[in-house]
Design a protein around this ligand. Structure first.
Ligand SMILES: [Zn+2]
Length: 80
């Protein structure tokens, strides 16, 4: 009996989660997400390390000099 209850609860929870996901996918609102404040830049979420100071930054915000990556133009300039 207890087992059936657990299965029912799990089923209900999973249905609820699916519903939530569908709602989230449907709404095109630019609401702030937990992790990423920038919606567009969030799609490429690879973190890279600045060669100069070791700071981790999103790849799309990094300054690239060939195969070297920096957090800012200042650091890119210093390293050259
Ligand atoms: Zn840096």
């Amino acid at each position: 009996m207890g087992r059936l209850l657990v299965v029912l609860v799990l089923l209900a929870v999973s249905l609820y989660v699916v519903k939530l996901i569908k709602i989230k996918l449907d709404e095109p609102t630019p609401k702030l997400k937990k992790d990423s404040s920038r919606n567009e830049s969030a799609e490429n979420n690879t973190m890279v390390k600045c060669l100069h100071c070791g700071l981790h930054i999103p790849e799309n915000e990094a300054i690239k000099q060939g195969d070297k990556v920096f957090c800012s133009l200042e650091h890119a300039g210093r390293e050259i």
